[in-house]
Design a protein. Structure first.
Length: 190
């Protein structure tokens, strides 16, 4: 995109924000490490274990004083601006949230996890496209894949994350429902 590999966009963004980060690699690892070079910290994901598996792979490598983790998918993070990331972190920390998600409404929600809301209007789950009912496919509000998590929450509830039998993957979005069921604070940025 505009002469740059898509994976370069989040790296440049996080460097501008002076945020320590890891690039989780697995599929096409050699191409990614060749493109980004040696000045990037990499974590190897074991097998295709999904977006949740990627975050689980990083947990042991976090600095002990790390309180929050920003998660973005490398393949479409070129949409995110410095201001959006700053807003996301501010909302997350101000609300002392366990989970904060970027949520948008779109006319074309296909391919994205849909935001499921409870009767009170708060987010109760994010259901991935592969697991949607026909009724849920009509929902136009989606999670983009940009999240903030409290590290304490991830460590405490990591064992609640389950592989989906249909794909054999851990879905990062399942942490939203885990947080809801545990009575944790969930925030959103629109």
């Amino acid at each position: 995109l505009k002469g740059k590999a898509r994976i370069e966009y989040p790296v440049d963004l996080l460097n501008k924000l002076q945020i320590n980060f890891y690039v989780v690699v697995g599929y096409k690892k050699e191409e990614i490490t060749k493109k980004l070079g040696e000045n990037v910290a990499y974590v190897q994901q074991k097998g295709p274990s999904g977006t949740g598996g990627a975050v689980l792979a990083v947990l042991p490598y976090l600095f002990p004083k790390t309180t929050d983790v920003l998660v973005m998918f490398g393949d479409h993070s070129f949409f995110y601006s410095l201001d959006l990331i700053k807003k996301m972190l501010l909302v997350h920390q101000k609300n002392r949230s366990s989970v904060t998600a970027l949520v948008v409404k779109t006319k074309f929600p296909s391919g994205y996890g849909r935001v499921i809301r409870g009767k009170d209007g708060t987010i109760s789950a994010i259901t991935e496209e592969k697991n949607l009912t026909s009724e849920q496919k009509k929902i136009s509000e989606v999670a983009t894949g940009l999240y903030c998590f409290a590290v304490e929450f991830l460590r405490k509830y990591k064992d609640k994350l389950r592989k989906h039998s249909s794909t054999g993957e851990y879905y990062l979005s399942d942490f939203v429902e885990i947080a809801k069921n545990a009575g944790q604070t969930i925030s959103e940025v629109n």
